[in-house]
Design a protein around this ligand. Structure first.
Ligand code: F0G
Length: 448
């Protein structure tokens, strides 16, 4: 195994950069990634790694309890692992989802719920790795632009590491649950008058000029942590790859990290069959989908619109990496409407699981791909639910009260345009007199 270094992704720049270089792009502007220098393992070594991962499931050491660092052989750059900042994260369950499966027209459907991480989203898997690196580099301040989950996660992990953090968020465009987190974890929270894409461009300039360590998914160490979501998933499935993994697409770091996970597992000879990756975007924030359909490998940014605010992104940083992931796995990119997202989210809810709107693009996308015949009803499919239901309660309550709007005006309650048809799935709260007879009469009428 070679010593890890940074190299440019999909680039003409063949330079190697030291892990301690604080840079995110190569000379030609392409994003860097960690080259872990993996070489093929023989079958005995593969068996030994798997045995070690199993043994760590019975350990009480914090490093072993983490669903990221349990797989630390995949993160050799972080050796000797004695300064790792962990909550511990990962360990997210894979649920069997019978009602969502029926909704999609499938025999069975699995959902891996990354929203059950310490700060309620998949960002924790990446942030443990990137904040560990920030600490190794002696960073005094870390920053990110965010639609809410990255900022919540960064604020928490930076606080755990004793590093000051600053978040840039689009004013009025992130869910309150997420805003409350970065405030509570002590981050300097800057609300800018612009969208996520604007915040992303400003944070890069501020970090460069202010010597602040950037923790968006342009940071290659974030990707390193996030790739273990796929390692943990395969471990949970006893290393039997599903036919499909479906993931929401926003800034596209997650999709890219899954591609890196599978690429490295192939280099190592760790698995033989690859799942196919389906990236699903909201139709109002669909630059990857558009490029995929047009067979265009160059990103054309869009002006993003969606109530799934987590993925309201028109100029995704990890576009190239996501395209690579789709190509590597013979995958696909799909888009879903606001109504499709809302209805799918309600079905994930009645499975007793729930998620935030962006996560529901996966089940919505699955239904669409089944209808198209791309996914077969008997296929094994794992949808990645990226965020917790409680992140964006407004959306859920508005849906169930039957006043969810595609374009909501948050300054005036209950108004907006493009009312979403809840298709009989809204579970309206009822107001009844505080009288047992009245309540019982109502319940008897509504037993089934
Ligand atoms: N789902 C949720 C809940 C998210 O928060 C995000 C991204 C995505 C999906 C899309 O993942 O960017 O890797 O393609 N949220 C970012 C943030 C952008 O700032 O919290 P991606």
């Amino acid at each position: 195994m070679l010593k890890p270094f940074l190299k440019a992704f999909n680039s003409t720049d063949k330079n190697k950069y030291a892990l301690t270089d604080i840079r995110f792009r190569a000379t030609d502007g392409k994003i860097l990634e960690v080259d872990n220098g993996f070489s093929k393992l023989d079958s005995k070594e593969v068996a030994a790694w798997r045995k070690r991962f199993n043994a760590r499931l019975c350990s009480n050491k914090l490093l072993d309890r983490s669903g990221v660092w349990r797989y630390r052989e995949f993160l050799p750059w972080a050796r000797p692992f004695d300064t790792v900042v962990t909550m511990p994260e990962g360990n997210t369950p894979i649920f069997n989802m019978p009602r969502s499966a029926a909704y999609c027209g499938m025999k069975a459907l699995l959902c891996k719920h990354q929203g059950l991480n310490p700060t309620g989203s998949f960002k924790d898997n990446g942030m443990t790795a990137a904040v560990t690196q920030a600490q190794k580099l002696g960073a005094k301040m870390v920053a990110c632009a965010s639609t809410g989950n990255t900022s919540a996660s960064m604020a928490a992990y930076a606080a755990r590491a004793g590093i000051k953090s600053v978040v840039f968020i689009p004013d009025g465009q992130i869910a309150y649950g997420k805003l409350s987190q970065s405030l509570d974890y002590g981050a300097i929270t800057i609300q800018i008058n612009g969208d996520f894409d604007k915040a992303m461009s400003i944070v890069q300039e501020v970090c460069e000029r202010g010597n602040i360590y950037l923790l968006n998914s342009i940071n290659p160490f974030r990707i390193e942590g996030q790739k273990t979501i796929m390692v943990e998933m395969l471990h949970q499935l006893d290393w039997a790859a599903p036919d499909w993994v479906i993931v929401p697409g926003g800034n596209l770091g997650n999709s890219g990290s899954f591609g890196k996970a599978f690429d490295e597992m192939i280099q190592l000879g760790f698995i033989k069959k690859l799942p196919r990756i389906a990236v699903v975007q909201a139709s109002g924030a669909n630059p990857l989908y558009k490029s995929f359909i047009d067979k265009n490998t160059v990103l054309t940014p869009v002006q993003a619109h969606t109530r799934a605010t987590a993925i309201k992104i028109g100029n995704p940083v990890s576009f190239d990496k996501a395209l690579f992931a789709v190509k590597l796995t013979n995958g696909i990119v799909e888009q879903v409407s606001e109504t499709e997202i809302a209805l799918a989210k309600s079905r994930i809810g009645v499975d007793g699981v729930g998620c935030e709107p962006a996560s529901a693009t996966t089940v919505a996308g699955c239904k669409k791909l089944i209808e198209r015949g791309t996914i077969k009803p008997e296929n094994t499919v794992v949808c990645i639910l990226t965020g917790n239901l409680l992140k964006d309660p407004d959306y859920t309550v508005e849906f169930h009260q039957d006043y969810l709007f595609a374009e909501a005006d948050r300054s005036v309650t209950l108004t907006g345009t493009g009312k979403i048809n809840t298709g009989g799935f809204a579970n309206k709260p009822v107001k009844l007199e505080a009288d047992a007879d009245v309540i019982l009469e109502y319940l008897l009428k509504n037993r089934s």
